[in-house]
Structure formats: structure tokens, C-alpha cells
Design a protein around this ligand. Structure first.
Ligand SMILES: [Zn+2]
Length: 471
């Protein structure tokens, strides 16, 4: 990096970045900085806005805020409306990852709706296009500072939030717009996000070869889940917990490609897709993170019908799954009592009379009895809240099915896992007692169906299939 550029970058800082804690700096080595020394004073939220086919990611920190891409031109109003709903009056940095229409199109609207003092700085890859959309984007930048960034640049959004630019290189390494995408790591103390634009395999390899520590908590999957991105070695180096795919329903590219979904599934990641989950918000204090989605999505939620009377709600007990959330809020006025199960002592303790005041207690309890004054629908969110396939882990697992009224359509398919079962207990809805089928698995599977509430002890992790209308 030349000294001229360094001077310009520092000049930018003085003129346009309001906070004294915020700056660009240039690092000599291709390494992400050490994590910030302290967690943020307030939570940081990253919004993966549902813009259909395209990307628009808003990063809300206690100090500076950043918008990475704005979706397509058609999505511009959606992005502006979303930001206004959040009462965003200033976006300190707008990042245009690359000049394709599904990334910069919506920025034209954003840059028009917010004035120069509200969006003072546009950060760009430096890759120019000849399209009308690109020309309109450049026009909408107007008098703002237009800053090209490159590998090794670091932006400080907050004392506890760093952004490191991993791509493109300077000068640009590739002919292709996608591969010159701005790729960045957002470090929020110890929780990290990798935002990839539409970077594909060749630029992923370049980033990896540069020696960056790529390990991240959350990955925005490259190029809307195209098979041309997310190389196995790259994914292995990132080793994320969560993957977010920003993609439009029924898009003409057939994104996300099955190959990519298979790669993510092989790593046992939790995958969120804007076409299925709507806008995805990930909030972090720099240590833990939580995920909120606009729509529940098919693989992450389960709606359980609770009937007047006793209902058993089972969630896998082992291992601990902090992603599971039982959403009682909607039915609190119908709950008369709740019992929770202690996995260690294998005993039930009562929250009754009345509903618990603290819903997080419910989440920790893991196995629940709920009594209701009338029928209601309970929402269970979480990785293991599958509708029909339930992960059983080595050890004891509680499987709950609605007990009242009788539902003959429910069928628990034990056949596939019979050789892994050590013991099964079944619950009697009338006497409210458990009886054991152990030792060994039951010979007659229909007995299991009639029992309705089950404890199952398996000798290794397996998938149990449940069919039925009342899942
Ligand atoms: Zn794109």
C-alpha cells in the first residue's frame, strides 16, 4: 500500500468518521487483528435483510453502523423501509461489494433517501462496470467520500467491533466482478461474521493463500449458495456454526445449489435462508449470539397442538442445545401449570400454579408437562425441533406427543433404530404414570404408538421418524 493512499485514508477518517474510536488503518501483514480487548457496551445486531435475490446486510453497532449491499433496484424501497423501521437515521459506511445489480441496485435508492451527512462514506471494491445500474449508483454516490478498500485494510466500527478486508487485492487480481467482491471479517469481540459478497472459488483460494485466520462463527454463504463458491477447503478453514444464504425464492439461477447445501449439511451447520426464513437477525454480545428469523422456516420450527388438559412436550435432552426455544408468549394466558424435567436427577418439578414468569427457565428445563385451559398452538424453535425426524442422542431422550385427544394417525417408526434401543418407557395418560418396556426394545411397535409419551434410551445417536397429523 503506497503512502499516498495511507494519507488519503487517514484524511477520510478525520473528515467523515464521527467517532473518535473509529478509524481506518492499514496493516502490513495479511492477518486478522487480535480480537477486540473488551466486549461491546451494547449488543451488536447483524440484519440479513430479505431482499429476494441479492444481498443487503445491515450491521448495527453501539458506535458506527454499516450497510453491506442494498439488494436489487426493485428491493431498494424494501431496504429503506426496513432501515426506517429500525429508526436508522445515519449509516456511517455503505459497502458495495461489487457492481452487480443484485448488490448495488438497491443502494441507488438508499443513497437517494439518505443525504450526504446521513451516509458520508461509500466503500467500494474499485471494480468498475459499464452498466446503467453502475452509472446510476456512481451518480447517487454524489459528493460522498468514495473509498476503495483492499486486502489488509481494517475499519474500526466500535472499540469492540473490527472489520478486516480480505478481498479484493490492490491492484485487482481478477477479471471477474464476483471474484473482486469485497470479502470482510466482522469481529465483534469473540463472535465473528464472514461476509463474502459473490466471491467464488478462485478468490476464496486467493484469500486462503494470503494466510488469514478465517475461523468464523457465522458465514454469509458466497454468491447466494452457488455451486461455484464455498469450496470445501475454504469452508473447512472457516468452520462456522451458522450459515446464512441470502437468496430469492424461485430465482432463475436455481440458487442455492444442492451441492452447496450438501456441503453445509455435511458440516452439520445450522443454515438460515432468506427465501425460507425471511430476514435473519443475529444479535451478539461478543460472547454468545442469538438468531431471530422473520419466518420460522421449515427445518427450524415445529408447531405443536396443545389440547385442553395435560400435554407432554419433549425435546432432546442430550447434548445441551442452546438453540432450542419454546415460545410460550402466545399461549401464556391459557397455561395453568408447567412441569419441567431435570435431566440429571430424572425428576419433574412443578412451576404450578400458574405459568412461569421467566420463559428462559422453560428452555433450560428441556422436558415439559403443560396444562391448558383450552386448545392452543405452541411454537418450538430450534435445531432439534424437527417436525418428523427427531435426533436421538446416546443416553435418555424424551419424546413427547400430544396425549389428548387420542390421535390414531401418529406413528413412531422404531424399526430403523431397534438395534440401538436399550430401553423404552411409556406414559399412561389416565394414571399419569410411566411404565417400562425395558430391558430391551418392545417386540410390538403398536404398543409404543398407544403409549404416547416415551422415554427412549439408545446406545448411539440415531434419527427417529415420527409420522402423524399432530406433529
Ligand atoms: Zn449476487
Amino acid at each position: 500500500m503506497g503512502s499516498l493512499r495511507r494519507i488519503f485514508v487517514l484524511f477520510t477518517v478525520v473528515l467523515y468518521l464521527s467517532s473518535s474510536t473509529s478509524s481506518f488503518e492499514i496493516v502490513a501483514s495479511a492477518q486478522t487483528p487480535n480480537p477486540p480487548l473488551t466486549p461491546p457496551t451494547e449488543n451488536v445486531t447483524v440484519h440479513f435483510i430479505d431482499v429476494g435475490q441479492g444481498d443487503a446486510i445491515f450491521v448495527d453497532t453501539p458506535t458506527l453502523d454499516m450497510l453491506v449491499d442494498g439488494g436489487s433496484r426493485a428491493a431498494g424501497e424494501t431496504v429503506v423501509d426496513y432501515l426506517q423501521e429500525l429508526d436508522v437515521t445515519r449509516i456511517d459506511i455503505v459497502v458495495a461489494t461489487h457492481p452487480h445489480a443484485d448488490h448495488i441496485g438497491g443502494l441507488i435508492t438508499v443513497l437517494s433517501e439518505y443525504n450526504v451527512s446521513q451516509i458520508p462514506l461509500v466503500v467500494d471494491s474499485g471494480y468498475e462496470a459499464t452498466t446503467v445500474t453502475y452509472q446510476d449508483y456512481i451518480t447517487s454516490v454524489g459528493q460522498r467520500t468514495f473509498q476503495t478498500v483492499a486486502r489488509g485494510d481494517i475499519l474500526t466500527l466500535d472499540e469492540s467491533v473490527y472489520v478486516t478486508i480480505l478481498n479484493p487485492t490492490s491492484p485487482l487480481e481478477f477479471d471477474d466482478a464476483n471474484d473482486n467482491s469485497i470479502v470482510l471479517i466482522l469481529q465483534v469481540y469473540n463472535v465473528t461474521f464472514l461476509l463474502t459478497g459473490d466471491s467464488e472459488a478462485i478468490s476464496e483460494a486467493s484469500i486462503q493463500a494470503a494466510g488469514f485466520d478465517l475461523r468464523c462463527t457465522i458465514l454469509k454463504v458466497g454468491h447466494h449458495g452457488s455451486r461455484t463458491s464455498t469450496s470445501p477447503a475454504y469452508l473447512e478453514a472457516i468452520d462456522p456454526d451458522v450459515a446464512v444464504i441470502s437468496v430469492g425464492e424461485g430465482n432463475r439461477y436455481d440458487h442455492p445449489h444442492q451441492e452447496t447445501l450438501d456441503k453445509l449439511a455435511a458440516e452439520s451447520l445450522t443454515v438460515y435462508r432468506t427465501d425460507l426464513h425471511g430476514t435473519v437477525e443475529i444479535t451478539t454480545d461478543g460472547v454468545d449470539y442469538s438468531v431471530k428469523t422473520e419466518e420460522l422456516g421449515p427445518s427450524r420450527s415445529r408447531e405443536l397442538t396443545l389440547f385442553e388438559g395435560w400435554n407432554l412436550i419433549g425435546l432432546p435432552l442430550t447434548p445441551e442445545d442452546p438453540s432450542t426455544e419454546v415460545v410460550l408468549a402466545d399461549i401464556l394466558d391459557k397455561v395453568t401449570s408447567v412441569w419441567a424435567f431435570d435431566g440429571e436427577t430424572k425428576t419433574w418439578s412443578s412451576y404450578s400454579p400458574g405459568a412461569p414468569s421467566d420463559l428462559t427457565e422453560i428452555v433450560e428445563g428441556r422436558g415439559y408437562w403443560i396444562t391448558m385451559t383450552e386448545d392452543a398452538t405452541l411454537t418450538v424453535r430450534g435445531e432439534y425441533a424437527h417436525t418428523r425426524e427427531l435426533a436421538l442422542f446416546e443416553g435418555w431422550n424424551l419424546i413427547g406427543l400430544p396425549l389428548i385427544p387420542e390421535d390414531p394417525s401418529i406413528e413412531v417408526v422404531l424399526a430403523d433404530i431397534l438395534d440401538k434401543i436399550i430401553a423404552v418407557w411409556a406414559f399412561d395418560g389416565e394414571t399419569k404414570t410411566w411404565s417400562s418396556y425395558s430391558p430391551g426394545a418392545p417386540s410390538d411397535l403398536t404398543e409404543i404408538v398407544e403409549g404416547r409419551g416415551y422415554w427412549i434410551n439408545v446406545n448411539k445417536d440415531v434419527i427417529l421418524t415420527i409420522y402423524g397429523d399432530s406433529e
